[in-house]
Design a protein around this ligand. Structure first.
Ligand code: SF4
Length: 677
């Protein structure tokens, strides 16, 4: 029985059914059921890039989200989509994106950032045959490994994967995915396949669903300890909060060099992940786990997930009728796994794992069935598993095959033989053997709401002596004050690199993204807080090289995304050793050869090409003019995308080898403002 309390609301589905034109027991697709589930679960932001077979979710969310108080965007790629979702979630919104294999590959970098920052987030993945473009419309469950282990680093697998097998479950599991994401502060996948996404079935949508409300604690510690989920501290709340991609303690203080911070925080993420299944098994709001024991007479256990569960269920019934005592176990949640999921099946002598791929889940399942003889029924050719072929495979195992089916069974067996020994049975250490308890640098005390909202330097500068970025901060702070920018009305965003460190030295609301992704987060913040000023400060490598695609698309959509974007242009990659960037002058002396073409002219690219309304060039050495530029840029950023290229000298790498190109006198000449009415 579901019950409301301070964390759970009972939500009527009728308004969402009505909006989507669904009534009674209707026929809808798996994709439509996911969109309906997201709306009912309280999704308030969706960003997605079109890709078959998930595009219908994009169409439906963009059509209906606005009328339920939400926002959406279709940016230039999947990296931007998930980056926007993460930033919107950090601003307090429930968010979702939808994609398929190639898009999921692009999203992996940002999924790591979401895991590290314990960001509630739902990702629908409509799987298809791969790798690469593969077979775009053919169903497959081939992304299991990619969803579990696609990220670099430890605890990259601290995600949840739900696996619906019907259109009805697409609805209920999308609702459950939002609940899990919010309750456990983690990314949750809804793993469809191309078949289920487009499959249309008659569905009886329940009149009410239980929806978990995000628990916000603006003055608490933003990160948990020892596997315990903390309250959520929003960017833009009563206390300035920085979310970065760096390993941190429970207050979010960056610990780039501290072994104890990495040790305790990774242990915390693993412990949190391990706690999910035992907690869900006791919670009636999550009713999809099978209860009770397998029948005592079971000779064969068929284990399946996703659409394969449909044929497997029928196969189990057929095999029983043919006197092979078969039990079917379908897994609604395929990650994390935990011994409590399988305790009812410990005496099983033989099992077949049924997968629409080369057997990606079997190695993870195997340790939980130490006494069973394990077989794999694997099919990865882009067609769904059929009941008959699975029955024949199992009959052969029990040496009951008939003559005419032998050939087909041999064919299937030869598919199994093609698998590498590692794939057939990898020797793995079950993840639940990781340490349960770990000391954690955790601050219990509540923080006071900030009464002083002025922006000031929080930490000592970490720039090299003489670095131009330090001069920029010295000039920036009075300008912020003069123009009324405080922590009450301003949110900062930056990426990676020396220029991005400017924001982390300040005590501000900050989202510091993965390399090059600042403008994705900034666009989402803009939509979440339309009344505030969004200030992006990053470097030339971050904004123009790796983030160049995001830059031109944000500039192109200048009216929808008014913000101030400051490019601290030091003409090289300072943090990584002085390599040339897109703005390095021709003929510069750098550790590796510069391109033979002229550097990017950002004024031509953005003001002339993308037709932004405000562009300025100025040097950090030109304090007076910098102040004038910033005054005008801040004013312009209230209505449009305002870009300021600030030449800032890198003393460690660039200036010492290129004194003529970056002299103070020369940079002072590069001063101009271009502005449209
Ligand atoms: S490497 Fe260059 S840009 Fe980076 S902090 Fe040092 S001087 Fe500044």
């Amino acid at each position: 029985m579901i019950h409301p309390n301070d964390r759970w609301n009972i939500v009527a589905t009728e308004p969402y059914l009505k909006a989507m034109g669904i009534s009674g027991k209707v026929i809808i697709s798996g994709a439509a059921a996911c969109a309906l589930g997201a709306l009912a679960a309280g999704c308030k932001f969706f960003a997605g890039y079109p890709i078959t077979p998930s595009s219908e979710i994009l169409h439906l969310m963009t059509k209906h989200l606005l009328s339920f108080g939400g926002a959406w965007h279709m940016p230039e790629d999947e990296i931007a989509s998930i980056g926007m979702c993460i930033a919107s979630s950090l601003c307090g919104k429930k968010t979702m994106t939808a994609t398929s294999g190639p898009g999921l590959s692009l999203m992996q970098e940002e999924l790591g950032a979401a895991i590290l920052n314990e960001v509630p987030l739902v990702v629908v993945n409509a799987m298809r045959v791969g790798p690469s473009t593969g077979q775009p419309t053919k169903p497959s469950a081939a992304d299991i490994n990619c969803m579990i282990h696609g990220r670099h680093g430890d605890a990259g697998d601290a995600v949840v994967i739900l696996s619906p097998s019907s259109v009805r479950e697409c609805f209920s599991m999308t609702v459950a995915a939002f609940n899990l994401a919010e309750e456990w502060r983690t990314p949750v996948f809804v793993a469809l396949d191309g078949y289920l996404s487009q499959l249309e079935e008659r569905v009886d949508i329940p009149p009410h669903v239980a929806v978990y409300q995000r628990v916000t604690d603006s003055c608490g510690a933003p990160f948990g300890k020892e596997g315990i989920v903390s309250g959520f501290v929003p960017v833009g709340g009563v206390h300035p909060q920085a979310y970065t991609g760096v390993m941190h303690d429970s207050l979010g203080n960056r610990g780039s060099f501290l072994p104890e911070v990495a040790e305790t925080f990774i242990a915390h993420l693993l412990a949190k992940h391990r706690n999910i299944i035992p907690a869900l098994k006791k919670d009636d709001h999550y009713a999809f786990f099978e209860k009770g024991n397998a029948p005592d007479d079971t000779e064969l256990l068929l284990v399946s997930y996703g659409v394969a569960g449909r044929a497997t269920k029928d196969a189990a019934a057929e095999l029983r009728s043919e006197r092979i005592k078969t039990t079917h176990l379908n897994l609604p949640m395929i990650w994390p796994l935990h011994e409590e999921l399988f305790e009812a099946h410990q005496r099983i002598p033989r099992m077949v794992v049924v997968e629409n791929n080369t057997g990606q889940l079997l190695p993870f399942l195997a340790p939980y069935f130490p006494n069973a003889k394990k077989e794999l029924f694997a099919k990865w050719n882009g067609t769904p598993i059929q009941t008959g072929e699975l029955v024949r495979f199992c009959e052969q195992l029990f040496k009951k095959e008939e003559k005419e089916t032998a050939h087909k069974c041999e064919m299937l067996s030869s598919m199994q033989k093609n698998l590498s020994p590692q794939t057939q049975m990898r020797g793995i250490v079950p993840w639940h053997e990781y340490p349960a308890e770990a000391p954690f640098v955790f601050v219990e005390e509540k923080r006071e709401p900030e009464n002083e909202t002025g922006i000031s330097v929080l930490k000592p500068y970490s720039f090299c002596p003489g670095c131009g970025h330090q001069s920029f901060i010295d000039a920036l702070l009075p300008m912020l004050e003069e123009h009324g920018l405080t922590n009450k009305n301003t949110i900062f965003v930056s990426g990676i690199g020396c220029g991005s460190i400017v924001s982390t030295t300040l005590g501000v609301h900050l989202i510091k993204t993965s390399h090059g992704r600042a403008l994705n987060a900034a666009r989402a913040v803009r939509l979440a807080y339309p009344e505030r000023t969004v200030v992006v400060i990053s470097g030339d490598g971050d904004l123009v090289n790796i983030g160049g695609n995001h830059l031109i698309h944000t500039a192109h959509d200048r009216k929808r995304f008014p913000m101030l974007c400051v490019c601290l242009d030091n003409a090289n990659y300072g943090m990584t050793g002085g390599q040339p960037s897109a703005t390095t002058p021709l003929g510069a002396n750098t550790p590796i050869p510069t391109p033979s073409a002229s550097p990017f002219d950002l004024k031509k690219l953005l003001f002339d090409g993308c037709e932004i309304d405000f562009f300025a060039r100025v040097s950090v050495a030109d304090h007076e003019y910098l102040s004038e530029v910033m005054r005008k840029a801040i004013a312009a950023s209230r209505k449009t995308f305002a870009f300021v290229q600030v030449f800032s000298h890198c003393t460690t790498h660039f200036v010492k080898n290129n004194r003529d190109l970056f002299s103070r006198d020369r940079l002072k000449e590069l001063r101009e403002i271009w502005e449209r009415e």
